[in-house]
Ligand binder design. Structure first.
Ligand SMILES: *[C@@H]1O[C@H](CO)[C@@H](O)[C@H](O)[C@H]1NC(C)=O
Ligand SMILES: *[C@@H]1O[C@H](CO)[C@@H](O)[C@H](O)[C@H]1NC(C)=O
Ligand SMILES: *[C@@H]1O[C@H](CO)[C@@H](O)[C@H](O)[C@H]1NC(C)=O
Ligand SMILES: *[C@@H]1O[C@H](CO)[C@@H](O)[C@H](O)[C@H]1NC(C)=O
Length: 389
């Protein structure tokens, strides 16, 4: 028979056991043990060298020294008067190697198999844009066979936030990647001024994992891309095996750096001295051949990073003695709809274009479904669309 004090003691012990179990359970499920890279990071905040946990080998791989800040950047005259993000860019502009957090090594079926991938969609997406990735997977970026050829997709991403926020966002991408196997992520801050770095890291990945892909679309996650039309256009080219130069999109030329501090695109002389940019295709979305992507990567080794990614790729192409071309189906500055009376989001306008900037996720979902309606009836073409670049 238990006496009262014993019962009390017993229930206290039980309650404490329960509390211990709950406490153990919660933090461990929050810091998931399989959350490899970020888990390592949380467990050793004082670490100097980044480490990644190779899943297969279960060993810690020490990456080469993290890229150190270039302190002598601060000695350029007028440095302290530059906006913070510009100073930050100058401190780290020489850094080109970052640990990969998420990879999809077999995305193209290995280096050899990659020749069977006709069209790889490379979509710049920051971790927070979960809703955009979800809708693109169901719509224009669906992995599929179209017109007899394979279309594949990768999102390219860095990291956002610090501490808990960074860990949570990395966890999100990891979960997405487990389900969809379509995310390439590196451990650098995913900011507008780091987009060139993102492009170079992708090109490096491509050379290793997917060197023989035929064509690529490189673009933002807030565009509407008619990827069926893109495939058909690429198939219609004389050299449709990706072994010739191709770089088409919204052609931007005779432009130079914006020297007005208030602009998102502000690039001071300290970053880019000459008042001139080479011609380039707007980064909202453009098409390149595998050949041209390899050339871009090759040239990038000897060109100092400048923050505007589409300009930088134009610089790489120019250095190789090649040129971008315009395609009237790419409308990165939006569509000019002939009359206010017509619905600007009528599918009849979008079944003919290649790409339009910018769409909300729900608009992409509706439009993709509408342009595929078998009974879609449209009048004669309202757009000046020519299939040649
Ligand atoms: C944490 O990082 C420090 C500094 O690099 C290192 O000396 C220490 O061994 C690390 N501890 C663990 C548990 O990894
Ligand atoms: C560091 O910055 C200085 C000043 O801008 C520059 O001359 C030098 O080349 C930079 N070093 C590296 C490693 O990029
Ligand atoms: C680019 O990423 C690196 C690595 O995370 C970071 O140190 C640097 O501040 C970032 N640069 C910009 C301009 O955001
Ligand atoms: C890349 O550059 C190297 C020399 O730096 C050259 O041998 C190679 O052919 C180039 N590749 C392409 C695709 O241009």
């Amino acid at each position: 028979m238990l006496r009262i004090p014993e019962i009390t003691l017993f229930s206290i012990v039980c309650t404490m056991c329960l509390i211990v179990v709950l406490l153990r359970d919660n933090p461990t499920s929050d810091i998931a043990p399989d959350d490899d890279v970020t888990y390592v990071e949380m467990s050793n905040m004082s670490r100097k060298h980044p480490v990644t946990l190779q899943k297969q080998s279960k060993t810690f791989q020490q990456l080469s020294q993290p890229c150190e800040r270039n302190e002598s950047a601060a000695s350029i005259s007028g440095f302290s008067k530059l906006p913070e993000h510009i100073r930050d860019f100058l401190f780290y502009r020489h850094c080109r190697h970052f640990p990969m957090l998420l990879d999809v090594p077999d995305k193209c079926g290995g280096p050899q198999g990659s020749a069977d991938v006709f069209f790889l969609l490379v979509i710049k997406s920051t971790p927070t844009n979960f809703d955009r990735r979800e809708v693109l997977r169901k719509t224009w970026a669906k992995e599929r066979r179209h017109n007899g050829v394979w279309v594949r997709r990768v999102f390219i991403s860095g990291t956002v936030g610090t501490h808990h926020e960074k860990r949570r966002m990395n966890r999100l991408l990891k979960l997405e990647n487990e389900e969809h196997r379509d995310i390439l992520q590196w451990d650098f801050r995913d900011t507008f001024f780091n987009l060139t770095l993102k492009q170079i890291l992708f090109l490096e990945w491509m050379e290793k994992r997917c060197p023989n892909v035929r064509f690529l679309m490189n673009g933002d996650d807030d565009v509407f891309a008619n990827t069926d039309n893109m495939v058909e256009y690429l198939q219609s080219l004389p050299g449709n095996d990706g072994s010739k130069h191709l770089y088409v999109g919204h052609l931007i030329h005779s432009l130079g750096p914006i020297r007005y501090q208030g602009s998102k695109y502000y690039v001071p002389k300290e970053i880019h001295e000459v008042n001139y940019y080479p011609p380039y295709c707007g980064g909202g979305g453009f098409l390149i051949s595998g050949f041209t992507a390899r050339i871009m990567y090759n040239m990038s080794h000897s060109i100092t990073i400048m923050p505007i990614d589409d300009v930088y790729l134009g610089m790489c192409v120019e250095k190789a003695g090649l040129k971008p071309e315009s395609h009237s189906g790419v409308r990165t500055f939006g569509m000019s709809i002939p009359s206010r009376k017509v619905d600007a989001l009528s599918p009849c306008f979008y079944r003919e274009i290649l790409l339009v900037h910018r769409f909300l996720p729900y608009q992409i979902f509706v439009m993709w479904n509408d342009i595929h309606k078998p009974n879609l009836r449209c009048g004669t073409s309202v757009l000046n669309y020519d299939s040649k670049p």
